[in-house]
Structures are given as structure tokens and as C-alpha cells.
Design a protein around this ligand. Structure first.
Ligand code: ATP
Length: 388
């Protein structure tokens, strides 16, 4: 096992990259601590497989270093890096039995047969493969074959890390949940560093203690599932994590000031928004630097009221405005309301017991309130902390 450090790492598949857009991995520094259960989460094409292949040595980075326990391994070929990799599709020897498939990585490094037997039985037990041990791999279902692939990754206890590249793609949906839990149990049992690549947030959060969210060749946030949900540090994380994702309102100054300069009224997607003093100051400061300023709030934290309340004196609330329910989606135990006012659209999650019914009539006017602590200010897509 090892700590894996990526230092000033960058990779382009082009021989002569001319700009940032030509890089599959933009310059990054990152540390995967020894023994951690990590997920690398991001949309298709963001660079996840490229990053795994650089760690395992299948691909040499254009620049930067990969270090295992502080030692540079750039020059080491994959077989000397001791990384176990499990791919999307099963890699098994069809003519061998399940037992021999699982034993293969151990026998390869001349492990005594008694140890082989012990480890194979332990891994087969963890993955519910004991009953299949004597069967030829070619007679297995796709699910079972992928379990054997995983088992081959897990069987050696001297590996630097195990990298899983979307390992559950071929697995039956009903089994996926079970296998994710299994992998988590196995992590606890064997305490090996695991990096699990996926584009599925549920898969990432059931498996990992910490998730690295990747977007456009960069890790834009590294944190616990709760941190990613509660304090996304990049708009992409807000949008990608959660269902539906975070609401973002583009901020601008409106009206006409003296000498034809831009006005002084703060608007959110064209709507004037009553903001507390601290937030007004922060948004104005950001707008003095860039046009790309957004306020973000998750649908779960948007508060709705049908009656007017005295918000001015309520220091729990950072901002409020009046909107209309465009439509509602009843999802059984909660509902998602789409709220609208001219160009501004927001989603709000409404729980059972709320004074508004899930089938609220479209056109109903509601008071929308944004609680303090739940608001985020995003400047050029990155979060700024606001002292409220
Ligand atoms: N061998 C290659 N040659 C050229 N470009 C490549 C190669 N492999 C990947 N790319 C490009 O590099 C970028 C990152 O691809 P990568 O496969 O690492 O992403 P990913 O996040 O793993 O995507 P997916 O989830 O679809 O596998 C993409 O723009 C992709 O088109």
C-alpha cells in the first residue's frame, strides 16, 4: 500500500499542444492517502481513465511526476508499480477455473500454495464466489466474471493500490447496489488504497469516504459526500451532485447610473433580489472583478411560504423574493417545484408536511427565502466564502 502523489501533472494526447483545451489532464496536484477509499467522479470525457492509466503506468504523462510514498515512479513500467486495475469489462482466463483465475496473480509472484489457498478462499468468501470456485470461467455469467476480475485485483495483499474503472458497467442493476456494499466491506477488511472511477454520484458516495470530482481535466473538489453536497467549491460540483442540481442565479448590476454608466441595483437573472448587507457587499466586490458572478442554492434549502412574513428582521434569511409555481413534480415522499419569475427559474424540494400540497396549482404565488449558511457565491465558477 502506498500514498500516491500527483505533482504538477499534465497530459495531452497531442504531440504539440497549443493551449489548455488540448490537455486531457490540466496541471494538477493531488494526494491519495494510504488506505483510503476514494471515488473519482466526473462526466464522460473529463479525463478519469487518462488519470488512472497514468497512475498505473499504462500511459506516460506529458509533464509532472507520479510518486508512491514520495518516490518518483514515472520511469517504472506497470508491472513494477504493483497496481491492480479492474476495468469496465471482465478480464478472466476462460479456460481456467474460478479458483485458478483468482490464484493467478499470487502464483505469478511465486506465493506458497498454502497462502494462495488462504487468500483465494478469503476473497471468494467476500465476493460470494465460493460455490463457483471449481467452475470454468467461460461458464460464468457476465456478473460473475466481473466479480472474478475484481477478486483478481483484491487477492494480493502487497499491492500499492487497486484502481477500479467503472467496474459495475456490465453488472445487472439489481446486483450493483449489493456489489458496491461488498466493495466497501472489502475495503474495510483489507484496508488497501482504492480509487473507484465512476460517472454515477450514487455509486461514488456509497463506495467512497472522499470523492474527487473531475471536470474538464481538473479535480475541482476533493471532499466527503456531505461536503460536496453542502459546500460545493465549484459550480460544476453544485450542478453534478444532487438531484436536481444546485440552482444558480447570474448576478448583475442594473439600471442606469450617472454619466450613462451601469446602474447600482443588484439583480439575479434580471430580478431584483433583496439581499442582506454582507451579501450585497460581497456580490458587488465580485462584480467589480468579473461579469461571471452567480449565487447558488440547493433545491433542498430553498424555503417556500405562501404567506408574507417579516423577512427584514429575520437574520436567518439572506435574501427573498416572490415567484410563481410553474409546475410541480410529485415524487412520492417529496415534490420538486419549478418556480418562475420572468427569466429566473429555480427548483425547490418540498417535503411531506409542508403547508403547500405536492399538487399545488400552477400559477400559485409563493414567497421564496434563501436561508443564511445555505447560500453560495461563485465567482468565475469558484466559490468565495462570505462572512455573513
Ligand atoms: N488515446 C487517446 N487519444 C486521443 N485522445 C484521447 C485518447 N484517450 C482519451 N482521449 C481524449 O482525452 C479526453 C479524456 O478522456 P478519458 O477517456 O480519460 O475520459 P473519461 O473521463 O475516462 O471518459 P469516459 O467516462 O467516457 O471513459 C477526452 O477528450 C478523450 O477524447
Amino acid at each position: 500500500m502506498a500514498e500516491i502523489t500527483l505533482s504538477q501533472l499534465a497530459h495531452s494526447y497531442q504531440a504539440q499542444p497549443s493551449g489548455e483545451a488540448d490537455y486531457a489532464i490540466r496541471r494538477m496536484d493531488h494526494v491519495w492517502e494510504e488506505g483510503g477509499a476514494y471515488a473519482l467522479l466526473g462526466p464522460s470525457g473529463c479525463g478519469k481513465s487518462t488519470l488512472l492509466n497514468i497512475i498505473s503506468g499504462l500511459l506516460a504523462p506529458s509533464s509532472g511526476e507520479v510518486l508512491f510514498n514520495g518516490r518518483r515512479v514515472n520511469e517504472l513500467p506497470p508491472e513494477e508499480r504493483n497496481i491492480a486495475q479492474v476495468f469496465q469489462f471482465p478480464v478472466v482466463y476462460d479456460t481456467m477455473t474460478v479458483y485458478d483465475n483468482l490464484a493467478f496473480p499470487l502464483r505469478n509472484v511465486k506465493t506458497p500454495e498454502e497462502t494462495v489457498r488462504q487468500r483465494v478462499m478469503e476473497v471468494a468468501d467476500s465476493l460470494d464466489l465460493v460455490a463457483q470456485l471449481d467452475r470454468k470461467a467461460r461458464n460464468l455469467t457476465a456478473d460473475e466474471k466481473q466479480k472474478v476480475s475484481m477478486g483478481r485485483g483484491l487477492v494480493r495483499d502487497d499491492v500499492t493500490a487497486i484502481l477500479f474503472d467503472e467496474p459495475l458497467t456490465v453488472i445487472d442493476p439489481q446486483l450493483k447496489f449489493k456489489l458496491r456494499r461488498k466493495l466497501k466491506e472489502i475495503h474495510q477488511r483489507f484496508a488497501v488504497t482504492m480509487i473507484y472511477v465512476t460517472h454515477d454520484q450514487l455509486e461514488a458516495s456509497t463506495f467512497a469516504d472522499r470523492i474527487a470530482v473531475m471536470y474538464d481535466g481538473q479535480i475541482v473538489q476533493f471532499g466527503t459526500p456531505q461536503e460536496l453536497f453542502e459546500r460545493p467549491t465549484h459550480t460544476f460540483v453544485g450542478y453534478f451532485i444532487g438531484s436536481p442540481g444546485m440552482n444558480f442565479m447570474s448576478m448583475a448590476l442594473q439600471g442606469e447610473g450617472a454619466d450613462g454608466e451601469e446602474g447600482d441595483e443588484l439583480v439575479a437573472d434580471g430580478q431584483s433580489l433583496v439581499l442582506s448587507q454582507a451579501w450585497q457587499q460581497a456580490v458587488r466586490k465580485a462584480l467589480a472583478q468579473t461579469d461571471n458572478v452567480k449565487l447558488g442554492i440547493r433545491p433542498e434549502f430553498v424555503e417556500l411560504a405562501v404567506e408574507m412574513v417579516d423577512e427584514e428582521g429575520d437574520d436567518r434569511v439572506e435574501a427573498f423574493l416572490t415567484m410563481v409555481v410553474e409546475h410541480s413534480q410529485d415524487l412520492g415522499t417529496y415534490a420538486i417545484f419549478t418556480l418562475q419569475r420572468d427569466d429566473l427559474r429555480l427548483k425547490a424540494r418540498v417535503e411531506e408536511g409542508h403547508p403547500l400540497p405536492f399538487d399545488v396549482a400552477p400559477g400559485t404565488e409563493v414567497r421564496v427565502r434563501f436561508p443564511a449558511q445555505r447560500f453560495g457565491l461563485y465567482v468565475d465558477e469558484y466559490r468565495w466564502e462570505v462572512e455573513a
